[in-house]
Design a protein around this ligand. Structure first.
Ligand code: FAD
Length: 470
């Protein structure tokens, strides 16, 4: 067993560990040991299907100190003109490059293929998964546990339903390996991965009538057109923020709020006649929705219990199927809905969201707070955890905690500038980008200022479970 001594131990070299370590290296002289079970940095992106892409623009994903991609726009595919979204392989190449730059500082040591074993009287132990060799490490400052949110992808999480002998059910990762077309495809799951699988099949020439889509719950999606930072998109992106504030300020119930957000195209859904029961914060574009709407055979009968050769048993009944179908499992939930816990607790930091569904910005922010504020109470005071959303009513919860955090951040000297300078932030410096004399934009800024007060006042009323109707 070797004995190491270090300032910070980061468990996990996924997007969160990397964004956190980057700020520690950029903004302090500390030493870091980073360990991970994977053989390369990038976490779950190592296990993702080959056609995976970010669902947000690359422009504000990754680590603060290094840009991801060319900051260009999509030139092919369904979303021509949108800011580019990196593919899985681009993301992995990026993290490899970033890790190299970390190692070149001489202040970070990386131990891939290692499992964190535990903490014994402040000495942390991890074990090599290849050699079985154990390392013990004394941590002078803190351990950062990035494993709490527990991202799950289908290739590493087998389906929870029963599959009868003779039924072909594969993880979404297997789709590009298809050699002979089955009689049809049945996509199980309606989260981001299910959407990606359906789009991939349609883009690869599969007839929409040959697809059955099992949709346990319909989702509200964020309109990706509103998540396009940069001056060119100012009116659209900032306009959407104003729409959200106005909707929160003027709605009299949760029901009305969601209707308004839908009418303002903040939230989109696959079928306007179906009430979504899920909100995970995934983004989608109008062209993707139009493509998905070609699929007519959508099964809304809850979760799959069992797949047999001629039928599928679901929570709410049974539907007929074809023995020649290929089932594509997309049922893993990307981020586990664990209870929020204090981010700063003694000698442990547990990164979670401090901005709704923005894990990398949140990680960088928490690292900056670790380095700049002194006391644990102060640190937790500006890092209220934004819960991982699951149901439509959670949209309001995440919105409210976002507002609360933003409000508290204003009181911390230098923080507004740090956020504005952070490439992972994407949006905070939009108002500063307004050109003097641009009337339409100046008008929007006025509306923004006018909408904050009513939104803040009305939030409490909307939280009344009776009013929210949830
Ligand atoms: C298909 C898909 C698309 C997504 N698109 C976006 C997007 O566009 N924007 C966005 O913000 N988010 C997106 N996400 C969410 C995504 O979860 C985060 O962006 C981010 O990648 C999560 O990183 P993480 O570090 O929290 O988790 P992980 O990537 O899971 O990393 C955690 C790491 O910890 C390691 N680990 C766990 N336990 C141990 C242990 N005991 N010892 C050692 N190592 C351990 C694991 O091996 C892993 O590498 C997407 C998710 C999916 C599935």
């Amino acid at each position: 067993m070797t004995r190491l001594e270090v300032d910070y131990l980061v468990v996990g070299s996924g997007a969160v560990g990397m964004a956190f370590a980057d700020v520690l290296l950029q903004e302090s002289n500390c030493s870091i040991v980073m360990i991970d079970r994977h053989h390369n940095p990038g976490g779950h992106w190592n296990d993702a299907y080959s056609f995976v892409r970010l669902h947000q623009p690359s422009e504000f994903y990754g680590v603060n100190s290094a840009t991801l991609g060319r900051a260009g726009r999509e030139t092919t595919g369904l979303n021509i003109g949108d800011l580019e979204r990196a593919s899985g392989s681009e993301i992995l190449a990026y993290y490899e490059h970033v890790m190299q730059s970390f190692l070149e500082t001489g202040r970070l040591r990386y131990f891939p293929m290692c499992d964190y074993v535990g903490d014994f009287e402040n000495v942390h132990v991890f074990r090599s998964m290849t050699s079985g060799f154990e390392h013990s490490i004394s941590v002078r400052n803190k351990i950062i546990d990035t494993t709490y949110l527990n991202t799950a992808v289908p290739s590493t999480h087998p389906p929870r339903y029963e599959i009868a002998a003779g039924v072909r059910c594969v993880s979404v990762n297997e789709l590009p390996k298809i050699k002979n077309p089955p009689t049809g495809y049945c996509v199980v799951g309606a989260g981001k991965t299910g959407v990606d699988a359906c789009l991939w099949l349609l883009e690869n020439g599969v007839n929409p009538d040959s697809i059955c889509w099992i949709m346990p719950r319909d989702a509200w999606y964020q309109n990706r057109a509103n998540v396009q930072p940069g001056y060119e998109s100012f009116l659209r992106s900032f306009g959407a923020i104003v729409n959200q504030l106005e909707a929160v300020g003027q709605s009299t119930s949760g029901r009305e709020l969601l209707d308004r957000l839908n009418a303002d195209e903040v939230l989109l859904r696959l079928d306007d006649s179906v009430e979504p029961e899920m909100y995970h914060g995934a983004t989608i574009s109008h062209s993707e929705l139009a493509t998905l709407r070609q699929i007519g055979h959508v099964v809304r009968m809850g979760r799959v219990q069992k797949i047999e050769t001629h039928q599928i048993e679901l929570d709410k009944g049974t539907v007929a199927s074809d023995p020649g179908w290929l089932y594509v499992d997309c049922s893993a939930s990307a981020v586990e809905r664990r209870p929020s816990i204090p981010i700063f607790s003694g000698r442990k930091i547990t990164p979670q969201f401090v901005r709704s569904v923005q894990p990398v910005f949140s990680a960088a922010f928490i690292a900056h707070i670790e380095l700049t504020l002194d006391h644990e109470d102060e640190k937790n005071g500006v890092c209220t955890v934004v819960p991982v959303p699951d149901r439509p009513a959670d949209w309001l919860v995440t919105f409210a905690v976002n507002m609360l955090n933003r409000h508290r951040w204003k009181d911390v000297a230098g923080l507004a500038q740090w956020i504005a300078d952070s490439r992972l932030d994407g949006f905070s410096n939009l108002p500063q980008q307004v050109e003097p004399g641009h009337l339409e934009n100046a008008e929007l800024l006025k509306k923004f200022a006018a909408a904050i007060g009513p939104a803040t006042q009305n939030i409490t009323r909307l939280f009344d479970p009776v009013a929210v109707g949830d």
